[in-house]
Design a binder for this molecule. Structure first.
Ligand code: HGY
Ligand code: MN
Ligand code: MN
Length: 417
């Protein structure tokens, strides 16, 4: 792609790092550099209020839509026709300070530096934080951006019940972020998300920038095994209908499916709850989640098929009933080649080392790719650690990623599709 000579702007790295640190204080996890701001909790509201203050202090037009997505833009048409950056500021319960937050604060920094440079930019700039990207408290993940692009109705978002029994609509109301702006939202000219890799590739290969070509497919299933609670001491093994024994075998089966399929296939049992969860009671039921992912949709479907076959065989043998429901299901996504190519060309022009790669994690960009030309920029995660308070990315990598975001966004203001 022939790169237009884009207006250049230098971001203020010190200001960016200071904002990352300040936001990380909200929901800070004692003794770590991580934070916990589950979607629509008080900590999430506090984080939202801080970032909205930074947006309004810049004089940006800030809108809140019906599912709590927040869009700040230099024009008064919101995201319509804008070159938009964005990500999320909600975190998993034991989150790091960079996952999502970097993409939002870097987007804000690009706008602030551009306004300060007082240069003529052909299109409005915008930055968003989308609601509940993590999906840990309320599935699916990328909930806000999925609604923003019309992939999930506002009504169905508002009625989702969380693992803790609360309802999205009530919590959004309670934290004051059930806004008036329309959802689905306006279509941007282009969308670019800067994000930490959250995996080991860039760090291992000592490469500065990941040029992300797409996002792998995601399949979340909740399995509830119903047995018979009984006395741990008096019930002979042959007479038991033990749902925990089934959950354990299914966990091992999920792991073998991933290792047998090989390649990028991954399988995770991240949550398991027993009822009544007591030392001397054979459980009545066990509820677990299985997260399967693959860059190849056919192989992901194969993994799902094998999982459910194993579930049924093991449950039948143990005389256990199974209730299953899908919590999230997204096919693999490819980003727009023109955006991917321009991110790569600009990075290389700047002398940054790059490599093309898929994203193992889900991102709001995979939803925005449904409505406009979209790309992503990765910066290295130390030892590939993420969804862990120890998550770390070096300052110079954060700043290099944010500067590349600025260059890419401004280049995109110059192109017409
Ligand atoms: O689950 C994911 O990949 C993302 O962190 N929500
Ligand atoms: Mn993220
Ligand atoms: Mn995450």
């Amino acid at each position: 792609m022939e790169l237009p000579s884009q207006p250049s702007v230098v971001i203020n790295g010190t200001r960016l790092l200071a904002r990352i640190a300040e936001l990380a204080q909200i929901g800070a996890i004692e003794g770590t550099q991580g934070c916990s701001r589950l979607a629509f909790t008080d900590a999430d509201r506090e984080g939202r209020d801080l970032v909205v203050t930074w947006m309004t202090d810049l004089g940006l037009t800030v809108t809140v839509d019906a599912v709590g997505n927040v869009i700040a833009s230099t024009g008064n048409a919101g995201a319509a026709g804008a070159v938009m950056a964005g990500s999320h500021i909600d975190t998993v319960g034991t989150g790091g300070r960079f996952d999502g937050n970097l993409g939002v604060l870097a987007g804000l920094e690009v706008i602030e530096a551009t306004l300060a440079a007082d240069i003529d930019v052909k299109r409005p700039l915008a930055v968003a934080f989308f609601s509940n990207e993590e999906g840990s408290r309320y599935p699916p993940d990328m909930m806000g951006s999925l609604a923003y692009v019309g992939g999930m109705s506002v009504e169905s978002v508002l009625e989702v019940e969380g693992a803790d029994g609360t309802i999205v609509g009530d919590e959004l109301e309670r934290i004051g972020y059930r806004g008036p702006a329309p959802c689905p939202g306006a279509v941007p000219h282009a969308f670019v998300e800067l994000h930490i890799e959250q995996g080991p590739v860039l760090d291992n290969e000592e490469i500065q920038i990941g040029v992300v070509e797409g996002v792998q497919g995601i399949s979340w299933t909740e399995l509830k095994f119903v047995g018979q609670s009984n006395h741990a001491g008096t019930t002979p093994m042959a007479l038991r209908r033990d749902p925990m024994a089934v959950a354990a075998e299914v966990t091992v089966a999920a792991r073998s499916i991933a290792t047998d399929l090989g390649g990028p296939q991954v399988a995770t049992v991240g949550s398991l709850t027993l009822h009544p969860n007591l030392v001397n009671v054979v459980p009545a039921h066990a509820t677990m989640t299985v997260d399967l992912r693959n860059t190849d949709e056919t192989l992901l479907r194969e993994a799902e098929k094998q999982l459910m076959n194993s579930v049924q065989q093991i449950a039948d043998r143990e005389d256990i009933t199974v209730e299953s429901r899908s919590l999230a299901r997204f096919e693999p996504v490819e980003f727009d080649k023109r955006v991917v190519d321009s991110i790569e060309a600009i990075a290389q022009q700047k002398g940054l080392s790059t490599r093309r790669m898929p994203s193992g994690a889900g991102h709001d960009a995979q939803m925005m790719a449904r409505i406009c030309p979209t790309g992503m920029i990765f910066v290295p995660s130390l030892d590939g650690i993420s969804h862990n308070p120890a998550e770390h990315t070096d300052d110079e990598d954060l700043i290099a990623g944010a500067q590349l975001l600025a260059d890419a966004m401004l280049a995109l203001t110059e192109v017409t599709w």
